[in-house]
Write a protein that binds this ligand. Sequence first.
Ligand code: ZN
Ligand code: ZN
Ligand code: ZN
Ligand code: ZN
Length: 335
Amino acid sequence: MQTYDCSCGNKLFFNNTHCSACSRTVGWCDACAAVTSISPSGECDAPGCSQTLQPCANRAAYQVCNCLVPADGDQPLCLSCQTTTDVPDPNDPTQLTQWRVLEAGKRRLLYELAQVGVSREQLTADPPLSFRFLADTPGKHIITGHADGVITINLEEADPVVRAKGRQQFGEPHRTVIGHFRHEVGHFLWMRLVENDRPDACIKLFGDHRDPPYGEAMDRYYAEGPPADWQARFISQYASSHPWEDFAETMGFYLDMRAVLDTLEHQVTPLSVRRGADLDELLAGYLKAGIALNEINRTMGLTDLVPEVVSPPVVEKLRFVHGLFPSEAVLLATG
Ligand SMILES: [Zn+2]
Ligand SMILES: [Zn+2]
Ligand SMILES: [Zn+2]
Ligand SMILES: [Zn+2]
């Protein structure tokens, strides 16, 4: 992730709501797609953006968002908050905290999708990408997942203790809020970019999602676990459960890679990969940086940043995923 500049010259970070140096109100301006400060009368301080802004309604009422929206617009919610169709109970302090964590993860996801070249039209075509953040109720457990454009996240995934248990239980070294979003949006992107346009090429690499049927495959996975040689063919244990999960896990890894490389480009230039690099260069750069980043994490007693082993079949799956997005050269040309 890049950092941004306050009009006072101080650095601003993606989730900031105020500048720590000059106390100006800051936030994400949808009009100029940047974190900016606003003047006392509400004008966006970013060069070339003269929008008069006000806080997103969810920011004003619940502090679950840091976005700024046009003051004269008829939409009180920012582009990100508009995509959440089911919100938690804001009167429950635990749910409010969890909602805040999930909205921050979603804003980061939407930023990353724009970075890799997913257009607004691709997100809003029928059925549009939308989110439900739901809590378990007596007798009803909410299952995190995707169906027909709707990503449902169980609120408890915003709880670090629950995620730590899941890491052990499911053998997932990375069980994070942003990781959930990157996986689930993989299902959405399969529906939007693969299902009708290139199903055969996908089946060749990931297997036939119709045989065995999803429910049958998942029952078998939970009964028997992954095959002994899963690492030779899949990016994760869970990817071996069914071709849809393989695609979503591979997409999750790809988005991890692109996000880390984006951060390196802005923050640690010597470890970055040139713009317009192909999949092999991106992957080699990521794995090379991963050696250093893993050692940094081990230095601090944290889990490895890049724990995955990428086998040759997984490289070909990643090449397919990479081909779904416009090349960086195209992105640069169109701004
Ligand atoms: Zn400032
Ligand atoms: Zn602006
Ligand atoms: Zn908002
Ligand atoms: Zn999934």
